[in-house]
Design a binder for this molecule. Structure first.
Ligand code: DGT
Ligand code: MG
Ligand code: MG
Ligand code: MG
Ligand code: MG
Length: 288
């Protein structure tokens, strides 16, 4: 059949294929969450219900899109990482980011009432929306630096916010006064203010607030405690024994079984040190 005379409009579509063999980060961020969090009375500086909801929505996204190998979230943002080998949507940026951000938003709204009481219902025009961008990193080292940057940011902001709100709520100080006093302070100064004036040991604060949230596939039935490597040694050997050739049928069958047993988990742990990555080689190798 002949093309219609309108067909030429397709040629206006521009390619946005992302560079091959690079780690693709899709970072989403809540739009105007400063006022959104006030509208729904989020606890300051951290609302555990809001964070659990972010994590539930992110877990749903990771389950829904298997090409995602890890995600990291803090505050109103989440970074979703596609393994560098992904060919999903031919690596088209707009397709990848719009799928991630709309899936996330759909689950955020759907799961809202699981995390907030019935009297705090979402009402237009105060509905949650998120922006998104894609970023490509050529090496695993660059990707890890990106994730480390977000986790360090989480720590810096949380220490500041924890101190700020302790001075406001427990110290009865005004916002300008607190800002003035905190200007130019080091982490040690803030720890000292928290402990000296309010008896708060920052180390005892909730891990989810200090470290943010990591979402990934867990292939073991029981996750060993951080700091132990013995029980994982065997599985790690198997998981890193990546065949050069096309996997055999038994290998494929085994991989399928392992994947079926996998669960998507949320952890509040350090992802800056090697330990996290060494215990979970499938995240960087992309091979369960
Ligand atoms: P944007 O991203 O440019 O559209 O603007 P915002 O307002 O979303 O700003 P952003 O993303 O830089 O900062 C996140 C805001 O969300 C920040 O004002 C604090 C608020 N927020 C995030 N999580 C919580 C929480 O757990 N409790 C409270 N009270 N506020 C939160
Ligand atoms: Mg923003
Ligand atoms: Mg925001
Ligand atoms: Mg933000
Ligand atoms: Mg379609």
């Amino acid at each position: 059949m002949a093309n219609s005379k309108y067909e030429y409009v397709r040629s206006f579509e521009q390619s946005d294929t992302l560079l091959p063999n690079t780690w693709i980060v899709v970072r989403i961020d809540g739009r105007g969450f400063h006022s959104f969090s006030n509208r729904y009375n989020f606890t300051k500086p951290n609302d555990i219900r809001a964070l659990n909801l972010m994590n539930a929505a992110a877990s749903a996204v990771v389950k829904e899109i298997p090409d995602l190998c890890i995600a990291y979230g803090v505050s109103d943002e989440y970074s979703f990482i596609f393994h560098k080998t992904t060919t999903l949507f031919d690596r088209r940026s707009s397709k990848l980011l719009s799928t991630v951000v709309s899936t996330f938003t759909a689950f955020y709204i759907h799961l809202w009432r699981v995390h907030f009481p019935p009297d705090i219902a979402l009402q237009p025009p105060h509905l949650p929306t998120f922006d998104a961008r894609t970023i490509c990193y050529p090496t695993l080292a660059n990707l890890r630096d990106y994730l480390s940057w977000r986790q360090v940011d989480c720590h810096i902001n949380n220490l500041y916010n924890t101190t700020f709100w302790a001075m406001r709520q427990k110290g009865g100080m005004g916002p300008r006064e607190v800002e003035e006093e905190l200007k130019g302070t080091l982490a040690s100064d803030k720890n000292e203010i928290l402990w000296g004036r309010f008896g708060i040991n920052y180390n005892d604060e909730n891990e989810i607030f200090k470290k943010g949230s990591v979402v990934f596939c867990q292939y073991e039935l029981e996750e060993p405690a951080e700091g132990r490597t013995d029980t994982l040694a065997l599985e790690e050997d198997e998981a890193t024994a990546v065949p050069d050739t096309e996997p055999s049928r038994t290998q494929k069958e085994r991989a399928k079984k392992v994947r079926a047993k996998a669960s998507v988990v949320v952890r509040h742990i350090d992802i800056i040190k090697d330990d996290f990555w060494e215990r979970r080689p499938w995240i960087s190798s992309g091979k369960p």
